[in-house]
Design a protein around this ligand. Sequence first.
Ligand code: SF4
Length: 703
Amino acid sequence: MKFDRIVRTTCPYCGVGCQIELNVIDEKIISTGAPENSAPNFGRLCAKGRFGTDFTHHHSRLKMPLIRKDIDKGLRFPVGVEGFREASWDEALNLAADRIAETYKKSGGEAFGTFCCAKATNEDNYLFQKFARSTLKTNNVDHCARLCHAASVAGLQKALGSSAMSNSIAEMKDLEVFIVTGSNTTETHPVISTFMREAVVKNGAKLIVIDPRKIEMTNFAVLHLQHKPGTDVALFQAMANVIIKGKLYNTNFINSRTEGFELYSKNLDKFTPEWAEIITGVPSDDIKEAAEIYAKANTAAVYWGMGISQSVHGTDNTISIANLALLCGHLGRSGTGLNPLRGQNNVQGCSDTGGLPAYYSGYQSVSDNEIKLKFEAKWNTHLNNKPGLTTLEMSDAAGSGLITDFIILGENPLMSEPDLNAARHHFSKLKNVIMIDIFFNESAEYADIIFPAASFAEKDGTFTNSDRRVQLIRPAFDTPGEAKVDWKIIQELALKVESRLDRKESSGFEFSSASEIWDEMAELVSPFGGISHSRLEKEGGVHWPCPLENHSGTPYLFSDTFPRGKGLFNVLELRLESEQPTSEYPYILSTGRILYHWHGGTMTRRSVLDKIYPKALAEINPEDAEKDGLQDGQTVTVSSLRGSVSVELKVSGRSPKGVIFIPIHFSETIVNELTNDLRDPVAKIPDFKISAVKIIQQSSSLT
Ligand code: SF4
């Protein structure tokens, strides 16, 4: 078939960052391909990249700015898109700027909560956090990484001083041993899972899966440790106990590159594999075997997902894995390291560019005076050195009236936050909700003004994938209607707000391209210093850190040192604070993703993928189904202390006994009606993997 054009860009879905080609006829994507010779995917795509980009042409794309019809009545309840009227850009921008300036003059910057977007570009996010920090003087800036990998970030920062994946995807060919834990990789990072399977089948690598669910990767594993949900620390500490007792640790590495070993190793005495068998349900011999396989390998890596991080113990879970790697010297070489598999296409970049409450771009602390002075000089303004609130803290502050205005770039908190009844109540108390998005979503129900933005196929800029590879995206056609590129919306809004605040100084929003925005950020963030749009155009992608133009980028980290100097062993104790099943709520609910859909479903539910997988299916174990008289295909009500959903059952050996798994993508079955708001005390991430629920037959209650 002859196409009008073929546009090379980056997949908008997951953190693998596959390179894709959009085949365009008559300003529409007709099909999608993948270049064979380009990292990271080398011609491979999953169903989402191959078939899921048609959402860009969906009839419900936002094409004009929208203003809530009852905006002046002080009401805030869900009204649907019919409760809004179309407006001109001038009217909507002026109204938004008036309302923002009014709040600022009355209550100051702390009255704002701002949400960056892990689906938008690095340039969009850099400008958005700059707007929050320099115009609104608040560090209340966060994004959905808080809900997925905040605990990986907190744990790795504590142990190493860096939270990114330490190895590139290409290094999977060098794997000798690898552990996959808390990641259903075939469904969440499908193309990475093909490289993992290849490592096993072609290269003879040994895979150990540590996961409560019998996921597909277990078919390729030499060992599957099926531990009870929430007992990760016990398991990894027991593996460390075996390594210490068997003297399988790497003395040279420990002496030269770590600190805290003595205290850590003393504290491990009590974490025997026999003790761990009681806590985790995993036979002690399997724990010993896994520890020996990992410790004795020359190259070994750990890959994990939200099963590790979305926990009230998420930071401890991550630290227990980092301790193991430090113990065995499994860091700083190709195919050897610690790898949190990041979720959204640009969740790595959104954090890198400063979409976090305690950091400017490049993880530079807002509390560090020298760094603050550097940003103040570049932005020609004064900045606030008080770290801001996290996403859920902003939601709490809305509930208590401390925050009155939310400005949301492309996120959908009222689908993704836990305990949605409470979250909606918090939203209902806000004075202003201003959103920038491509669709009218669940959070838009509570908005006052919505600006229509560009999809990934209508703008240029960069995404940073899970392995720190910065890659270009390119426009294939124009935005629909009067929708605008995100950074231009932020720019126009910032300029209007600044003029209403009579700012004498300029904070600098006079950009004419995404590449100019990148260049400003690269000036402020030395690991990006050698990366530019023109270089990416030539080379396809570069792994940061890349401080200089003649630097080739860094596929694997920590070859000589860690950002904190020496790697730190952290002493851990077992904590079991998750919500436990009771006689009334006897099941554990675990939530997660499936292959055909993505997060809140805003995009995939508007693509052809929805025809393939149109509704939520709740997986339960066959023994549970038999015990409770439940059938495959039966629709049941699942309830927790917080709410209820209706869902069809799928009887499957994937879920362990006592666990029901429900995917997160379906607005008809919003699983976060059920989840609880318990949070990791350090990372502030909620416990999405453990909530106590009951299953009720829709004609009569069974359990
Ligand atoms: Fe897109 Fe991820 Fe699938 Fe690659 S693996 S095509 S990046 S969704």
